[in-house]
Ligand binder design. Structure first.
Ligand code: 5AD
Ligand code: SF4
Length: 429
């Protein structure tokens, strides 16, 4: 989400006549796009600002964008007086106007209002990847998970119209992109604000029908809003990738209630069953937080046995980190860091064993990959499967196949590890 915001900001700047330079040292305007989801993000931003200013900051204009900007607001000007622009993502629709103010010599330009019903649609986006493109379908979040800063930094939920999403998908396909990733804090609560009134399942199905688009992914889902119609849409079109990322956060219903997640473990498992009963086999991945205030050894054991039950293909795991403004903040940070670290390691080791087993069972399979790069030293191409695994492979070419990046090839899996697969292509190029 954050990376795609940067792509849109760069696009907006370029449309206004700015040019991107190779290094920050070469720039006259330096913008930091920040994330504050966990840890001491604020501290890191101030350290970077200070160091860079000392080394190469002479005569440059500095701006801080994103969630730290939204969270710290005008305090940033006090702590880093050389900063001239502070703007959160809900204000980016005004970015063009803010840049004009900066150019006019204004040294305190802010965009901090969260009071918006607009999304940051840009006529031009400078995309980092030539084959896969992000499309934001919904911004902000109306859930209030007790640990999460997002509703305070990205503001309330706003969906884009289906026409504007479909037009962007069509333009991307025409420009040669073959994979689209639909983005939002909670894509499942997408609701088309125009008369068509599509829900997320409908939008997903329609994007997958755009000619030229071979893969559609989406992130992130919220179990409460993840309806069965999404699984039906996925089953209905192979272009929708064989992967569901469904963050659970904890396997303990007691902890889920403390986190205000609005579902129980049973509710979550019902969704897992829909996915497992589907016509295709889907890889399921998740996010987990350990050490949320009040998490007992028994709660943590429930999270561990959830891993056995679901058999995730991979997961992201985090130590709880108290965030400003959130409901959990005044419950303190009661679990010592060493204990959080211990739980994190146990969790990750358990998951590693699951992945070793799961990946080994794929040896011999033939999978389609999108080629994403090359490991020169290993003599391997880097591929990604529809179910989001990395499958590196060798390719016996007839001598002059050249660059395979962006191609779709069939690859036989020959070896496996905890985090990736190795294989050889069976496509004749
Ligand atoms: N502490 C730790 N992890 C967090 N996440 C969000 N907020 C916090 C926090 N305060 C994690 C959740 C979420 C992912 C994007 O980041 O697991 O799904
Ligand atoms: Fe944060 Fe919860 Fe919204 Fe996800 S659903 S962005 S965890 S508040």
């Amino acid at each position: 989400m954050n990376a795609h915001d940067s792509e849109k900001v760069i696009g907006t700047l370029m449309a206004q006549g700015y040019a991107q330079v190779a290094t920050p040292e070469d720039a006259r305007l330096v913008l930091y796009n920040t994330c504050s989801i966990r840890d001491k993000a604020e501290q890191k931003v101030f350290n970077r600002l200070q160091n860079f200013k000392r080394e190469a900051g002479k005569g440059k204009i500095f701006g801080v964008l994103g969630c730290v900007a939204q969270q710290e607001g005008e305090k940033i000007f006090d702590r880093a007086p050389h900063v001239s622009l502070v703007a959160g993502s809900a204000s980016y629709t005004r970015l063009g106007e803010m840049l004009v103010q900066l150019e006019a010599g204004n040294r305190r330009v802010t965009g901090l209002s969260l009071d918006t019903d607009e999304t940051f649609d840009t006529p031009f986006t400078r995309r980092d990847n030539p084959h896969r493109a992000y499309i934001t379908i919904i911004e902000g979040c109306d859930k209030h998970c007790a640990y999460c800063v997002v509703p305070f930094t990205r503001g309330p939920e706003r969906s884009r119209t289906s026409q504007s999403v479909m037009a962007e998908a069509g333009r991307l396909a025409a420009a040669g992109y073959t994979e689209i990733q639909l983005l939002g804090q909670n894509v499942n609560s997408y609701r088309d604000p125009s008369a068509a009134g599509w829900d997320f399942a409908e939008l997903l199905a329609r994007v997958a029908e755009v000619p030229g688009i071979r893969r559609v992914r989406y992130t992130t889902s919220h179990p409460r809003d993840f309806g069965k119609s999404i699984v039906e849409a996925m089953d209905g079109n192979h272009a929708i990738c064989d992967h569901v990322h469904l963050p659970v956060q904890s396997g303990s219903t007691r902890m889920l209630a403390a986190m205000d997640r609005l579902y129980t473990r049973d509710d979550y498992m019902r969704r897992i069953e829909w996915i497992k009963a589907a016509r295709r086999r889907y890889a399921i991945t998740t996010d987990i937080i350990v050490g949320f205030p009040g998490e007992t050894e028994e709660d943590f054991a429930e999270t561990l046995n959830l891993l056995d039950e679901v058999q995730y293909a991979s997961l992201f795991s985090f130590k709880y980190s108290p965030r400003p403004n959130t409901a959990a903040l005044d419950r303190g940070d009661r679990i010592p860091d060493e204990e959080k670290q211990r739980r994190l390691i146990i969790l990750q080791e358990k998951q590693r064993a699951i992945q070793i087993r799961q990946n080994a069972a794929l040896i011999g399979d033939i999978q389609e990959v999108l080629v994403e790069g090359r490991h020169q030293a290993l003599g391997q191409w880097i591929g990604r499967t529809s179910d989001n695994r990395t499958l590196n492979f060798t390719h016996q070419d007839s001598g002059n196949t050249g660059d395979l990046n962006g191609r779709y090839l069939s690859v036989r899996v020959t070896r496996s590890g905890p985090n990736s697969l190795v294989g050889e292509s069976v496509t004749v190029v």
